[in-house]
Design a binder for this molecule. Sequence first.
Ligand code: XMP
Length: 511
Amino acid sequence: MQHDKVLILDFGSQYTQLIARRVRELNIYSEIHPYNKIPTNIQEYKAVILSGSPFSVRGDEALLPDLLNIKGRKPLLGICYGAQYIAHFFGGNVSLSNSREYGRANLSFVKKDETFFNNISEGSQVWMSHADTIKKLPTNGVLLASTGDVKNAAFKIEVEKTYAIQFHPEVYHTKDGKQLLENFLVRIAKIKQDWTPDSFVEETVSALKEQLGNDKVVLGLSGGVDSTVAAILLHKSIGKNLYCIFVNNGLLRKKEFENVLAQYEGMGLNVKGVDASARFLNALAGIDDPEKKRKAIGRAFIEVFDDEAHKIKNVKWLAQGTIYPDVIESISATGGPSAIIKSHHNVGGLPDYMNLKIVEPLKALFKDEVRRVGASLKIDAEILARHPFPGPGLAIRILGDITPEKVSILQDVDAIFINGLKEWNLYDKVWQAGAILLPVNSVGVMGDERTYEKCVALRAVESTDGMTADWVNLPYEFLQKISNDIINKVKGVNRVVYDISSKPPATIEWE
Ligand code: XMP
């Protein structure tokens, strides 16, 4: 299937992937390429967007793309650095701004361009993030809009379909950002909106077929949305050549291993369940430092995974369900100017001696997009709605050292909480929830007996990406019922508290 394509040239902005995401939300296909690697088939792209950048067009390090075949020849939108680039190198002038230009501002039209500003009202909130400012417009520049602090906030070039904006339409805080991108891409560049999760599936499957041929691929399933969607995509592409391994590290939720394994088998996946609980719990014995726990789990995982992968002959690839937010601190997922990619794999990366090539079909997607792709693959809605669960599992929810008895107590507490959320129709309103076993014993009274038992904390947060989060205002009646159930049913617990801390300054997990 051929789609109209948009080229996003990446100058290293933290927001470049967000531009791609907004474009995809418009059902338009886009590709991100480093600013200095303009595709040779540039004629196939219907529009070009220049991203922002941490660099200055005035500095020695200014990134200088060759726009010869682009500017004036096809619709071009410069964002922030992109806008400054268009100004600075085509007859205008950019200099250091005198005032702070970060955060909220409001658009005020100088010349309302009915197409570019279609459906956008005077005063619309936009988000700024820049130190340089455009002092003089480029040759043939026409000022379109200003904000309180920024005179040249939006301009176009006469006769060309070149537009430039100092603010960031891709961030959520620019209220009409998506509308503005739609105006540029659909009304000005006349791009068809035909790129959907279905077409992502279709294209990814055919690309994976080509990339993997008859090679064998091994994939570690976690029970979570990402690895499941990655597995189904690969399964559709290479069928029985996909070997899935699902490891029980003994730190999963209650009955999770059995239930999820059965679900996977039901989906037709070639999956091997490996119960390595004892190995993990041995590796964790006596460790109470959170980072040491994570490392011990990571090492044990690699050992188990390596053992299992070796049993499959001639495996060439390791597939991972990495999604875009996992690629943290990355300026560019595509090898752009500051391509320091720190991949956050649950297992902390695999050793080089395994000698496997990596395939990551979901690397460019955000979580909600993965869910949409999952729905297009007809994956059970229950799996797609599953809350995120950390790779080290309950190990980082048992504060202090870990014993099988503590795991079992926490599994019981967690099951009552999570099942309760489902029964009360609260599960889908919460982004992530779980229970934490505190290293605290407190006095209680049960019957006529004095008890001295454990305390658990319940945590439920709302979030969009886990980067920031707030606690959820769960109904008191619900908390009352769950607290009663936990204390009455779970031996060894006599006190329940609810965590009312936001992130920041707290984190979602307690360790
Ligand atoms: P924090 O605690 O940093 O958590 O606010 C943010 C999100 O990340 C998850 N998390 C982890 N996930 N390995 C993972 O795979 C880890 O070591 C880890 N630590 C935290 C956490 O559950 C939340 O969704």
